[in-house]
Design a protein around this ligand. Structure first.
Ligand SMILES: [Ca+2]
Length: 249
């Protein structure tokens, strides 16, 4: 009788271990969505407040300018990603964002910050996503302050990936979207913008429409079981050990 219970329990334990292991190993890449868009404005502020008159250039554009667009006009870039589906007990375990900086660059005259905007059920970038200023604390999550700093001339045709701090922020931001109600298939938005209005200097970002696939933006991520799953796994292990001890005693 004791060995029957033991056998059943061991089977359950194995199933939990296997489920956790397969969940753990799940690593993937989210390609940038071609709804990504470039917004331009003629003043500091955000698009929704009307202080930064803006327009969206999406779909067919292969490269955009963050910073100077033309005299008196400053551009920002909004990248779009479609969220993966998580099953119960799963969360994003790690995430990093990569985009490619192309050739048409010049020394920055303001810092460039990276933000995450709130998730939406549709992929469209809106003029309200425009922001140029020191800190957008009302409608966005700051993921990396001063990723590129004043005076920087970014390297040509070079991929830039979030550092460990910004990647941790990205992971927390993505999980926060699910907590707020996002589900697989919804969209998240990452924005690069100048932190002061200056129509001099820029970086040139490749979009999801770029002809060179390797230049397109992406998010690399892993999915892991939530802490409850690990707690369950730990309990199962200790119970297993306890039963073995009783059996051998
Ligand atoms: Ca900044």
């Amino acid at each position: 009788m004791k060995s029957q219970i033991f056998g059943k329990f061991f089977g359950l334990f194995q199933a939990i271990i296997m489920a956790a292991a397969s969940s753990c190993a799940e690593a993937a890449v989210l390609p940038g969505n071609t709804a990504d868009a470039w917004l331009t404005g003629t003043a500091a502020g955000d698009g929704s407040s009307g202080t930064g008159a803006s327009a969206a250039y999406g779909s067919s554009t292969s490269n955009v300018f963050v910073g100077r667009t033309s005299t008196g006009t400053v551009g920002v870039m909004v990248f779009v990603f479609q969220l993966p589906t998580l099953v119960a007990g799963e969360s994003i375990g790690s995430a990093s964002f990569t985009f490619t900086q192309l050739t048409n660059t010049s020394a920055l005259t303001a810092n460039i910050d990276l933000y995450g905007l709130g998730y939406r059920t549709t992929s469209a970038v809106t003029t309200g996503d425009y922001f140029v200023g020191s800190l957008d604390s009302t409608s966005a999550t700051l993921l990396k302050d001063n990723w590129f700093t004043t005076g920087t001339v970014a390297s040509a045709n070079t991929a830039y990936t979030t550092d460990s701090g910004a990647s941790d922020n990205l992971k927390a931001y993505l999980n926060a979207q699910y907590t707020a109600g996002a589900v697989g298939g919804n969209y998240v938005f990452l924005r690069l913008n100048y932190d002061a209005f200056s129509d001099v200097g820029r970086i040139e970002a490749a979009t999801a429409n770029n002809a060179t696939e390797a230049y397109r933006p992406s998010i690399s991520y892993t999915i892991v079981p939530e802490p409850q799953t690990w707690a369950l796994l730990g309990s199962a292990f200790f119970l297993f050990v306890a039963m073995r001890r009783r059996r051998s005693a």
